[in-house]
Design a protein around this ligand. Structure first.
Ligand code: BTN
Length: 235
């Protein structure tokens, strides 16, 4: 496993797509110029760590759950190192006190060699403020009183935790259910501008969210398609 530091890059996920790396390799930078977020959004990456890990699966069943596994590995690692009371907003935003600290984007790439997964995370490190449109829902380690995080230690912890979870196969880690603040909440599922209100009931084996809608239907939503938020705001 190699850890590659880049002075600047458009997107660490794109860098992995365009370079031949090995399973478990990690690329990181503090200067990502064109970060991508979930659902085609742009990721604001100033004063942030951008990190991507290449995962080459041995089997192809249940790969969507890798985004839950990776998010949980980042959350557990950051919790251990900072002692912050971090939680996960389904599927994999890492949040605290109603604000987002990290975003996760896992992308699958298929070529002649098969499928590989690029697991990316952006962690807000030293921001003292944020652009107007996200300032009420974003936070950073600095704003949370953590000034001197050891990045090498964090990167190694993420890699170790991720591999540990994978020893159980492609399954939702047990700790995810304790960390996930979306469960049992009244939420809005937003899909192509349409909103459905319901209660988040459970996570299925693929990492999908099972929601009981206000008209008493059970629906399952998957992370690639929808965004979910609390009925009163981001969380
Ligand atoms: C989101 O919350 O929408 C996901 C944000 C993911 C951002 C990370 S930063 C490292 C990696 N490279 C990218 O271009 N995106 C991910």
């Amino acid at each position: 496993m190699s850890i590659i530091y880049l002075e600047q890059v458009n997107s660490t996920n794109t860098y992995i797509k365009e370079n031949k790396l090995n399973n478990g390799d990690i690329v990181y930078t503090f200067n990502q110029t064109n970060g991508r977020g979930r659902l085609g959004r742009t990721w604001y990456g100033e004063n942030a760590l951008a990190l991507s890990l290449l995962h080459i699966p041995k089997e192809t069943s249940n790969l969507p759950v890798v985004s839950i596994i990776f998010g949980t590995a980042v959350c557990v690692s950051l919790k251990e190192i900072t002692s912050l009371d971090l939680k996960i907003k389904w599927p994999n935003d890492i949040v605290i006190d109603g604000k987002k600290l990290c975003g996760v984007l896992v992308e699958a790439v298929t070529d002649n060699d098969g499928v590989c997964l690029i697991c990316g995370v952006g962690i807000n490190i030293s921001n003292k403020d944020f652009p107007e449109d996200i300032k009420d829902k974003a936070t950073s380690l600095k704003l949370l009183g953590i000034d001197n995080i050891n990045i090498e230690q964090l990167i190694k912890a993420i890699s170790v935790k991720f591999n540990k979870f994978l020893e159980n196969g492609y399954k939702v880690p047990e700790s995810f259910n304790d960390l996930c603040i979306t469960l049992k909440k009244e939420i809005l599922v937003i899909n192509n501008g349409k909103q459905i209100k319901g209660i988040a009931k459970a996570i299925n084996e693929q990492g999908g969210l099972i929601v009981k809608t206000t008209d008493k239907n059970l629906i399952t939503v998957t992370s690639g398609e929808v965004s979910v938020r609390g009925i009163l705001g981001y969380i």
